[in-house]
Design a protein around this ligand. Structure first.
Ligand code: TPP
Ligand code: MG
Length: 543
């Protein structure tokens, strides 16, 4: 078939090394859908049941591959549904492309059927919004959009597709976008960091952010060992460092270990690598203040906008994670065994499973799961108090094993896990969801079966939007409202879609159920007592 603007788009994705795209089809972009017919061997088009899920799957694929994750959605309603994936890609700094239909140039501006101004709708979410209207420039614009999504601080790019242009013949060639080399730490700054590390008694290394490779994660271990540094990971970036490594001290985020927070507050040098200093990682911007930042913060980040954003560090360096780690590994070795061990001990104590007064113990469930999984298993979750057990008691052992939105988006874990299972059919994928979280995306159980994916869903069902209930109990005791939920029988729901379903009513029932479900497309419905609101904590009031 002769090349068209639409075929150049599909070929541009392939040229960039993208192997999966996630869609809900729409009549607004039929020529592009059609282009996938002849390219099925080179790029797999996954059919989803909701655009939020397609966008979340694309975001997860972006996280896992480092290439932009691609979602294709129809104009207007499809675009509006997909917005949540863009928000997560923005907050999580994930490269992503949203290819979205648009009304034809012949009628744009009349508020035609499903017309939306994407510049206005997505202006605050996307790094760039481009419209492909000139067939001869399609190759250039696609490579540029992909380069934009990957470059600097990665993020989402929206590509609008006017429907009267897509089938036009195109002379453009699909071109692979350039890879931009990330800067290294300038020699003077490296020497200054070396001096600060030399004189610090209680320094800490805080890891996070995008752009990590497996080699970087291995190098981070060498750097921590050589420089005598305890390691803390930023919120929902636990897979940047082996959680079983003797230098690992835990995660800074919502529900962080108070003793760890205290230790970070007391550290005389905070070496932040790759991470932005976000609200949740900094405990509501309370970890530092203007004076202490100027004194003890060293911030290395590829994104210049993250440097000096909230505090003015002693040293702020624009450098990529990989080059920075290679350079830090050349600094003079230092031993701080007591300091490292004391923080590791805090962490070891923190991950001892907490108790419950009633019902299944989610801490034991996660510990059992964590012990049973191979180190490369991928864990996906959305938002809710249930994630507190997952993040605290599961040990991530390798990079690319955590899919959790720093945007706090409910409904993320289900599609993210499905994307992971499709990208890595040889690895065990587990979605841990709350009852609220699960039903924001349960329609995608159909996608699991339709696409032949194999993954396990664990639903921690406490019959409520527990997080909000917890806040109500604290701020409005005795006045719960809008937080109680009436749920389906999740095991039966799973069976009805064609998955295996199990129900677990006691802690002891979980391990055998898990053994029966690993390696299959399955769901385990775990009934949790509504009063057990967080690890080791019951609701403050008794309603
Ligand atoms: C898309 C979205 N909507 C609403 C919220 C607000 N919110 C945060 S947690 C939560 C409740 C989560 O319920 P569930 O998944 O059952 O987990 P639980 O807290 O009960 O463990 C809500 C409504 C959100 N974070 N994201
Ligand atoms: Mg719940």
């Amino acid at each position: 078939m002769a090349p068209t603007l639409a075929t150049v788009i599909a070929d541009s994705l392939i040229a960039a090394g993208i192997r999966h795209a996630f869609c809900v089809p729409g009549e607004s972009y039929l020529p592009l859908l059609d282009a996938f017919c002849d390219r099925a061997e080179r790029i797999r088009l996954v059919t989803c049941r909701h655009e939020a899920a397609a966008a979340n799957m694309a975001e997860a694929a972006g996280k896992l591959t480092g290439q932009p994750g691609v979602a294709l959605v129809t104009r207007g309603p499809g675009a509006a549904h997909a917005a949540i994936g863009l928000h997560t890609a923005q907050q999580d700094s994930t490269p992503m492309l949203l290819l979205v239909g648009q009304v034809g140039d012949d009628m744009i501006g009349r508020e035609a059927f499903q017309e939306v101004d994407y510049g206005q709708l997505f202006g605050g979410l996307a790094k760039r919004v481009v419209t492909l209207r000139e067939p001869a420039r399609a190759g250039e614009q696609m490579a540029s959009a992909i380069a934009c999504a990957r470059g600097g601080r990665p993020g989402p790019v929206v590509v609008a597709l006017p429907d009267d242009r897509l089938a036009l013949p195109s002379s453009a060639v699909a071109i692979a976008p350039a890879t931009v080399a990330v800067p290294a730490i300038p020699a003077e700054a490296l020497a200054a960091i070396g001096r600060l590390l030399e004189s610090a008694a209680h320094p800490l290394l805080l890891l996070g952010g995008p752009g990590w490779t497996a080699e970087d994660a291995a190098l981070a271990e060498r750097v921590a060992e050589r420089l005598g540094l305890p390691v803390v990971t930023s919120w929902r970036r636990k897979d940047r460092f082996d959680n079983a490594h003797p230098h690992y001290a835990g995660e800074l985020g919502l529900g962080a270990n108070p003793k760890l927070v205290d230790a970070v507050t007391r550290a005389d040098l905070l070496l932040v690598l790759g991470a932005r200093l976000t609200e949740n990682a900094t405990q509501g911007y309370a970890l530092l203040d203007a004076a202490t930042a100027a004194d003890r913060l060293v911030h290395i980040c590829a994104d210049p906008d993250a440097l000096g954003r909230t505090w003015q560090p002693r040293l702020a360096v624009q450098a990529g994670v990989g080059p920075a780690l290679r350079q830090l590994a050349t600094l003079a070795p230092r031993r701080r065994a007591h300091w490292v061990e004391s923080l590791a001990a805090l962490h070891a104590e923190w991950i001892i499973p907490t108790e419950v007064e009633a019902g299944v113990n989610p801490a034991e469930v996660i510990r059992t799961l964590s012990d049973a999984l191979p180190p490369d298993a991928i864990l996906a979750s959305g938002a809710g108090n249930f994630a507190g057990w997952l993040h605290r008691f599961h040990r991530h052992r390798a990079l690319g094993t955590q899919l959790a939105p720093t945007s706090g988006a409910m409904g993320y874990g289900v599609p993210a896990g499905i994307a992971a299972a499709l990208l890595h059919p040889d690895r065990q994928v587990v979605v841990v969801a709350g009852d609220g979280d699960m039903l924001m995306a349960a329609q995608e159980l159909a996608t699991v079966v339709h696409e032949g994916a194999s993954l396990l869903f664990i639903v921690l069902d406490n019959g409520q939007y527990g997080t909000i209930r917890m806040h109500q109990a604290k701020d409005y005791p005795g006045r719960p409202i809008a937080t109680r939920l009436t749920n389906p029988d999740f095991a039966n729901l799973a069976w009805s879609f064609g998955l295996v379903g199990e129900t677990v009513r006691t802690t002891a029932e979980f391990a055998p159920a898990l053994q029966r479900c690993l390696g299959k497309a399955a769901l385990i419905h775990v009934l949790v007592d509504a009063q057990e609101i967080a690890p080791g904590r019951r609701l403050a009031d008794d309603q």
